[in-house]
Design a protein around this ligand. Structure first.
Ligand code: GRF
Length: 203
């Protein structure tokens, strides 16, 4: 299976996936790391690991659909079985999303459907929730609303700040996302209606 990972910045989730793919010898390869930002530090990491990289600079496109088309053409050069959004800070057009239906994942730093959008840790603190977390989901045209593949829960402590909470969630992301991507490349994930089913490892 071929995986393309899209990043916009540090790419810590991308790194976790790259390392797990190699260490656990998934039936998959990371075909490319693509960013919409030329200065994304995750690109340096990928290049150092010998993974092909590419940049489709979103700042050079005034039309969202033109950027998405350029990005799609770049991605499809690798004929991916799975597109992974990892800290990819762009809202994608319905046409782009439809093209990768059923084979594009995202990780969102909250327990969806709570706290869609940005600043999720601040939303959580302001809401006074006692648990928070991260969600891996299939990407659909509706932002942060696709079928949920996996979730991780962390406690919220009374002294928490956005940073302390973000750090606790990110730690779980780095476990949750590689596990979900591995299940996808091992054909253990199926969607029935809006519900994702994961077949347990053969005992
Ligand atoms: C993380 O909080 C992730 O949930 C969100 O982007 C943030 C940065 O991710 N998608 P990364 O370090 O760039 O993978």
């Amino acid at each position: 299976k071929k995986i393309v990972i899209l990043i916009s910045g540090r790419g810590s989730n991308m790194q976790a996936i790259v390392e797990a793919c190699q260490a656990e010898q998934w039936p998959a390869q990371i075909a490319a790391i693509i960013s919409n930002k030329a200065d994304a530090s995750g690109l340096v990491y990928a290049a150092n690991r010998g993974i092909p990289t590419a940049v489709v600079p979103s700042k050079e496109y005034t039309e969202r659909s033109a950027f998405d088309q350029a990005l799609l053409e770049q991605i499809d050069q690798y004929s991916p079985d799975l597109v992974v959004l990892a800290g990819f800070m762009r809202i994608l057009t319905p046409g782009f999303v439809a093209h990768y239906a059923g084979r594009m994942l995202n990780i969102h730093p909250s327990l969806l459907p709570s706290f869609v959008g940005l600043a999720t840790h601040r939303q959580a603190l302001e809401a006074g929730v006692k648990v928070h977390g991260a969600t891996v989901h299939f990407v659909t045209a509706e932002l942060d609303h696709g079928p949920i593949v996996a979730q991780a829960v962390v406690p919220v402590f009374s002294g928490d700040t956005e940073d302390s909470l973000a750090h606790r969630v990110l730690e779980q992301e780095h476990r949750l996302y590689p596990q979900a991507v591995r299940q996808f490349v091992e054909n253990k994930i199926s969607i029935i209606g809006n519900t994702v089913h994961i077949s347990e490892p053969a005992s």
